[in-house]
Ligand binder design. Structure first.
Ligand SMILES: Nc1ncnc2c1ncn2[C@@H]1O[C@H](COP(=O)(O)OP(=O)(O)O)[C@@H](O)[C@H]1O
Ligand SMILES: [Mg+2]
Length: 244
C-alpha cells in the first residue's frame, strides 16, 4: 500500500504486457515469434532479456519500441495500450519516449561524436547538451573525434549518448555488446549502468550471454517465444567485474 501522501505514480509500471503474441506470415509459413508473453516493468528498472537466438527477444523489443505491431495481446505503456496505436501515434511515441541502441552503431562517418549526438538533440524537446551526454558515457575526451578514430566500444558509447540525449523514458538495447570483446563490452555496459542510475532511464538489454544478466535488476529468460523464467537480482553486479 502507498504511504500517506505518496502518489501511486511514484511506483508505477512503465510497461504492462499481457498475452502478447506475434505471428509472422500465415498458414504453413507462419512463424510464432511470441506465444503469449506476460510481464510488468517498474519505472527505472534495468532489465536483461536473456535467451537463445530465435527465441523472440528482438520481436518483443521491436513491439515495445513501436517499430512493429503485435498480432494479439496488449502492451500498456503507462496507461496507453500500444497495440491500439496507428502508425502516426507509434511514430510520435517512439520519437518522444524511446531510445534505441543496436548491435551496429550506425554513426554518420563524416560527423564527429558531438555532431552525431547533436543530430538528435536538434529535433528533441528538452535535450541534454551533446557534450553532457557524451561525458555520461565516459567520452568527454573524444567529443571531436570521428567514428573512424574511435574503437568499436567507443563508437557504441557514442550511439548510447545519441540515444539518451533526448532524455527518453525508455532505452531499448538489442545485443549492444554483440560485436564487442569482453573488455570493451564491459565499458559499454558500464555506460548503460551509469545512464540507468543517473537519469533513471528504464533500460532493456537483450543478450544471449548469461554473464551479462548479473548487471540487471530483473532478468527475463526467453525460450521459443515464451518467458521461461524471471529472476530478481538482489544486488546488481558492477559491469566492470564481468568477463566472458
Ligand atoms: N520479419 C520477420 N519475418 C519472419 N520471421 C521473423 C521475422 N523476424 C523474426 N522472425 C522469426 O521470429 C522468431 C523470433 O525472432 P527474434 O525475435 O529475432 O529472436 P531473437 O531476437 O531472440 O533472436 C525467429 O524464428 C525468427 O526467424
Ligand atoms: Mg534478436
Amino acid at each position: 500500500m502507498a504511504a500517506p501522501g505518496e502518489s501511486s505514480a511514484a511506483r508505477r509500471d512503465v510497461y504492462r504486457v499481457e498475452q502478447l503474441t506475434k505471428v509472422y506470415g500465415s498458414g504453413d509459413n507462419a512463424v510464432h515469434a511470441l506465444r503469449g508473453v506476460d510481464f510488468t516493468v517498474a519505472e527505472g528498472a534495468m532489465l536483461v532479456l536473456l535467451g537463445p537466438s530465435g527465441s523472440g527477444k528482438s520481436t518483443l523489443l521491436n513491439i515495445l519500441g513501436g517499430l512493429d505491431h503485435a498480432s494479439a495481446g496488449h502492451a500498456w505503456f503507462h496507461d496507453r495500450d500500444l497495440t491500439t496505436f496507428g502508425d502516426d501515434a507509434l511514430t510520435e511515441y517512439r520519437r518522444r519516449s524511446i531510445g534505441f541502441v543496436f548491435q551496429f552503431y550506425n554513426l554518420v562517418a563524416s560527423l564527429t561524436a558531438r555532431e552525431n549526438v547533436a543530430l538528435i538533440t536538434e529535433i528533441a524537446q528538452a535535450p541534454m547538451d551533446p557534450a553532457e551526454a557524451l561525458a555520461l558515457v565516459g567520452l568527454e575526451s573524444r567529443l571531436d573525434h570521428f567514428p573512424a578514430e574511435l574503437s568499436g566500444g567507443e563508437q557504441q558509447r557514442v550511439a548510447i549518448a545519441r540515444a539518451i540525449a533526448k532524455r527518453p523514458q525508455v532505452l531499448l538495447c538489442d545485443e549492444p555488446t554483440g560485436a564487442l570483446d569482453s573488455e570493451t563490452g564491459t565499458l559499454v555496459l558500464a555506460a548503460l549502468d551509469q545512464v540507468n542510475r543517473e537519469l533513471g532511464t528504464t533500460t532493456f538489454i537483450i543478450t544471449h550471454n548469461a554473464v551479462i544478466a548479473d548487471i540487471a535488476d530483473e532478468v527475463l529468460m526467453f525460450g521459443d517465444g515464451r518467458i521461461t523464467g524471471r529472476r530478481h537480482n538482489a544486488v546488481r553486479k558492477a559491469p566492470g567485474g564481468l568477463s566472458w
